[in-house]
Design a protein around this ligand. Structure first.
Ligand code: 13P
Length: 259
């Protein structure tokens, strides 16, 4: 983390978990457990049908609500899809774009990710853009080249003044839901490479201000070590974000004074 230059963000990704009726009890528990967020921005990204309940439940708190996906088109004949304007109209602030599960199961590509980013920023949403390599790609030694390509394509055509709205999340696919976390050094190396890519595209001042998160089996036990890394500005948390006690403990870690 580097609080001098950028925001620390602890974001939960509920994925396809929690019923709308389970949102309020979760929010009540989190509001009691979580420390007053001195530095850290807290976000809960929830399934579409949970969003109205989440907006209501977190209304008077400092927890922002995010969606897990959106359609790149503004409106029209796209049965079953949800637009950026629909999300902002509800009061949603963030949206996860290009999660590896969407790339893997729903055919999303760097190009569709780029279109979704444009749709999100056009509507005033803050994208949390996910990038990451598979185990095979890591073993081939192409991680940094691949990440650079993912970031460059995702941000293609995004103007410099919009970059302050964009959050990048590095999620190595082999660490998601596996209990296998990247070491703090591995994670920082890639986050540092993401910042270098942004520096090449937008210059040092903007690169210094972009929050880059780590995701992949992050929990209340390993958060401190990961967050102590200079280029890791927070977490995108799956499993541990479903349990108020665990998520609150990660928020507390992010709020501790920096050594
Ligand atoms: P886990 O924390 O369950 O590994 O999930 C990470 C993730 O995919 C967050 O988007």
């Amino acid at each position: 983390m580097n609080r001098r230059y950028r925001k620390t963000i602890i974001a939960g990704n509920w994925k396809m978990n929690k019923l709308p009726s389970e949102v309020k009890p979760f929010a009540e528990a989190l509001k009691t457990l979580a420390p007053h967020a001195k530095w850290c921005e807290t976000v809960i990204c929830a399934p579409f049908v949970d969003l109205p309940a989440a907006i209501k439940a977190f209304k008077d708190s400092r927890v922002a609500v995010g969606a897990e996906n959106l359609n790149e088109n503004a409106s029209g004949a796209y049965t079953g899809e949800v637009s950026a304007d629909m999300l902002t109209d509800l009061g949603v602030k963030y949206v996860i774009i290009g999660h590896s599960e969407r790339r893997q199961y729903y055919g999303e590509t760097d190009v569709s990710v780029n279109k979704k980013i444009h749709a999100a920023i056009g509507a005033g949403l803050q994208p949390i853009v996910c990038v990451g390599e598979s185990l095979e790609q890591r073993e081939l030694g192409i991680t940094l080249d691949l990440i650079k390509l993912q970031v460059t394509t995702a941000l293609s055509g995004v103007e410099a003044d919009k970059m302050r709205k964009i959050v990048i999340a590095y999620e190595p696919i082999w660490a998601i839901g596996t209990g296998k976390t990247a070491t703090a050094e591995q994670a920082n190396e890639v986050c540092c490479a993401i910042r270098a890519t942004i520096r090449n595209m937008y210059g040092a001042r903007i690169a210094r201000a972009v929050s880059i998160l780590y995701g992949g089996s992050m929990n209340e036990k390993n958060a401190a070590e990961l967050l102590a890394q200079p280029d890791i500005d927070g977490g995108l948390i799956g499993g541990a974000s479903l349990v108020p006690e665990k998520f609150a403990a990660i928020i507390a870690t992010a709020n501790q004074d920096q050594a």
